[in-house]
Design a protein around this ligand. Structure first.
Ligand SMILES: [Zn+2]
Length: 396
């Protein structure tokens, strides 16, 4: 297998280099992201596929909804004491609507924040490789083109930890403010407003973090996530030369993952109905650590990898020259596996976290091409290639 995969590794590195060096930062809905999609379209075409670029509207910032949310909690705090029970009730309503919207936003569900935030145009690139013999199942390969900003809260592993804990605390404080203001409206107790100063302080801090985040530049995104786009494009090229027997493959390079997965959601809305026994293989951060597979992910709401696909990936790692993968999980974020699961597509993420859970160069200015580790990419490619072959054989 070593000889046959030498070329694919070179191809993956070429793709990462073009995306992260020649194009550079690819913020959601920006010109850079559009150029990245054009490149994917051209490369899939060159590989003999007939790719389609599918456009959609998307949010431009992942932080703006939370800035609006924290602003509303602050506004409720200021309003509360100004007019007795009436303003207490309005402050309760504003806080409750804000909390509900925050929860819906974290769950990728439409909400009032999304009705008012500015939107831009983005695109997915989708290439389909038919099965060679009878078509019995589908496989969806997903890697996102866009890159995130470089906020203070992602600058070091310690900051990431602090931020993760702070978001949990903020959520508890906001829930508390809703309960307190409901109680304040019902009872008129005087101690309630000063106590709610704690949640107001939390809201102010969150607002500042969101403003800081939206003022930072976008990363070049070599690891997150040109590495995965390179994987999808290389697999597409190899699979079009060596098609699977019973598995049709959707190669999907998505836009706007970094702003709550507008691209993956658009893809499944368009294509889910035409799929036959689909399975999802989602890629994240493949260039520095791994091979690793995700067991569990999610912010507050957890999503799990499909147990059958976990078995398959483990078996693939025990065969041939593939290196056995290790399991990882994330509690402060989501991959597009969450979209697969929500559209009833059993899925697994191949997610290059370190064994201790650290995400290398995640949303940092240092996420550049020179950090790519060819040995890690080769091991991951071999594992994925082997897993795809096993999946196809099991349908035979
Ligand atoms: Zn990513």
């Amino acid at each position: 297998m070593a000889e046959t995969t030498a070329a694919p590794i070179d191809r993956i590195l070429q793709h990462i280099k073009y995306l992260s060096v020649d194009i550079g930062p690819r913020g959601s809905t920006t010109e850079g992201e559009r150029k990245g999609a054009e490149y994917c379209q051209a490369e899939m075409q060159r590989a003999g596929l007939a790719p389609v670029t599918e456009r959609f509207r998307s949010a431009k910032s992942i932080f703006l909804p939370h800035l609006i949310g924290s602003g509303l909690f602050l506004a409720a705090f200021i309003l509360y004491p100004t007019g007795g029970r009436v303003t207490a009730f309005i402050a309760f309503l504003v806080s409750a609507i804000s909390l509900a919207s925050e929860l819906l936003e974290l769950g990728f569900i439409d909400n009032p924040f999304r009705w008012i935030i500015p939107k831009g145009t983005s695109q997915n690139v989708v290439g389909i490789i038919p099965a060679e013999a009878e078509h019995r199942q589908d496989l969806v390969l997903i890697g996102h083109i866009d890159t995130q900003r470089t906020p203070l809260v992602f600058s070091t592993p310690r900051w990431v930890e602090v931020y993760k804990n702070f978001t949990t605390v903020a959520f508890v404080l906001f829930s508390l403010q809703v309960v307190l203001y409901l109680g304040g409206w019902a009872t008129g107790w005087g101690w309630i407003w000063p106590v709610s100063g704690v949640s107001a302080a939390g809201a102010a801090l969150l607002a500042l973090l969101c403003i800081q985040a939206d003022l930072t530049p976008f990363t070049a995104g070599a690891n997150d996530n040109a590495s995965s786009v390179g994987m999808v494009l290389t697999l597409a090229e190899q699979l079009s030369q060596h098609p699977l027997k019973h598995t049709r493959v959707f190669s999907v390079c998505t836009g706007c993952e970094e702003v709550q997965h507008y691209g993956a959601i658009d893809f499944f809305k368009r294509h889910r109905a035409e799929m036959v026994r689909p399975r999802g293989l989602v890629f994240e951060l493949l260039g520095c650590a791994g091979p690793a597979y995700l067991e569990k992910e999610g912010i507050i709401v957890p999503f799990h990898s499909d147990p059958e696909l976990v078995r398959l990936v483990k078996e693939a790692g025990a065969q041939g020259s593939a290196k056995p993968p290790y399991p990882v999980s994330i509690s402060g974020g989501n991959s597009e596996m969450a979209d697969c699961v929500r559209f009833k597509v059993p899925a697994i993420s191949i997610f290059g976290l370190k064994p201790d859970g650290e995400a290398p160069y995640w949303h940092q200015a240092g996420d550049t091409f020179d950090k790519m580790n060819p040995a890690v990419l080769r091991d991951t490619y071999q594992l994925v290639w082997q897993a795809i072959q096993c999946l196809d054989q099991e349908a035979g």
